[in-house]
Design a protein around this ligand. Structure first.
Ligand code: 0O2
Length: 248
C-alpha cells in the first residue's frame, strides 16, 4: 500500500515536472515565431535584416537548482515559476547597436507581450564590462485546458558583445577560483574595445547607407519614365515597359 502511494506520488511529480517544462518550450516556440515574422517583414520593407542570429534555450534543472540556492528560494514549483524568470531564454544578436533598440521596440509593441522589466546593460554596462539589453517578459500560452502566463528572458546584443560575453562566461566557467585581477582588468579593457568597435561599425554603416542612397537617387534621375514607373510600382523586372507606357 505504501509502495503504491509512493509510486503514485512519483508519477504525479513526473507529470507536474513534464508539464512545467513544456510551457517554457511552448513560450520559446511562440517568441521564436514572433521574431521570425518581424525579421521577414522588416527584410521585405527595408531590404535589410536587423537580426544576425537567434537562439533559444531552456535552463537546465541543475542551473535552476543552483539559482534556487543562490537566491535562497523556497524549493517549490510555484516559487521557481514566479522567481526564476529566465527558464525560457532567447538570445538575439544584431550587427549594430541601433538594431538592438529597433528589435526591442518591435517586440515591446506587441499587445500580448507584457514587459515586466528592462535591464539596459548597454546604457549601463555591468562593472565587469558586460553589455546586453535584457527584456523580462510575460507571454500567454494557451493549452487545451488552461492559459498560463510564462516568464521569458530575451537578451539582445551585438555580435561583438556576444563574442565578449561568451568568452567571459567560458573563462569564469573553466576557472572555479577567484579570477586574478590582471585578467579581470584585461576583460574590462576588451569590453571597452568592443563598445568602440560597435560604434565604429555603426558609423561606417551609416556612411555606406548615405552613399548608397545618393547613388540610387542619381541613377533614378537617368532612368527613362517607364523604368521609373516599374520602380515605383515594384513591377517585376521582366514586365514589358510598353505595358507601362500604355497604362494611362
Ligand atoms: P546562464 O547560464 O546564461 O543562464 P536573475 O537571477 O537572472 O534575476 P541577475 O543575475 O541580476 O538576476 O540577472 P541578469 O543580470 O539579467 O543576468 C541574467 C543572465 O544574463 C545570466 O544568466 C547570463 O546569461 C547573462 N549575464 C548577466 N551578467 C553576465 C556577465 O557578467 N557575464 C556574462 N557572460 N553573462 C552575464 P545566468 O543564469 O547567470 O546564466
Amino acid at each position: 500500500m505504501k509502495n503504491e502511494l509512493e509510486a503514485n506520488t512519483l508519477q504525479n511529480l513526473q507529470t507536474d515536472l513534464t508539464r512545467f517544462f513544456l510551457v517554457y518550450k511552448f513560450a520559446l516556440q511562440e517568441i521564436e515565431t514572433k521574431i521570425n515574422i518581424l525579421q521577414e517583414e522588416f527584410k521585405l520593407i527595408h531590404e535589410y535584416n536587423p537580426i544576425e542570429h537567434l537562439s533559444t534555450r531552456i535552463k537546465s534543472p541543475k542551473s535552476i537548482l543552483l539559482k534556487v540556492k543562490k537566491k535562497n528560494l523556497e524549493p517549490s514549483i510555484e516559487s521557481i515559476r514566479e522567481n526564476i524568470r529566465d527558464i525560457a531564454g532567447v538570445r538575439i544578436t544584431c550587427s549594430f547597436v541601433e538594431d538592438i533598440y529597433k528589435v526591442s521596440a518591435m517586440l515591446q509593441a506587441q499587445n500580448d507581450i507584457e514587459v515586466v522589466e528592462i535591464k539596459d546593460y548597454i546604457a549601463n554596462p555591468k562593472r565587469n564590462g558586460y553589455q546586453s539589453l535584457h527584456l523580462i517578459i510575460k507571454i500567454p500560452i494557451f493549452m487545451s485546458d488552461r492559459m498560463e502566463k510564462v516568464y521569458a528572458e530575451i537578451q539582445i546584443r551585438t555580435i561583438a558583445m556576444d563574442f565578449w560575453a561568451s568568452l567571459e562566461h567560458k573563462i569564469y566557467y573553466k576557472y572555479n577560483k577567484e579570477v586574478p585581477e590582471h585578467i579581470r582588468s584585461d576583460l574590462k579593457e576588451a569590453a571597452t574595445q568592443v563598445a568602440e568597435l560597435d560604434r565604429k561599425m555603426e558609423r561606417l554603416n551609416k556612411e555606406i547607407n548615405i552613399l548608397k542612397a545618393n547613388e540610387a537617387e542619381s541613377s533614378l534621375l537617368d532612368a527613362p519614365i517607364a523604368k521609373l514607373a516599374q520602380y515605383i510600382y515594384q513591377l517585376p523586372f521582366d514586365y514589358p515597359s510598353e505595358a507601362v507606357d500604355d497604362e494611362d
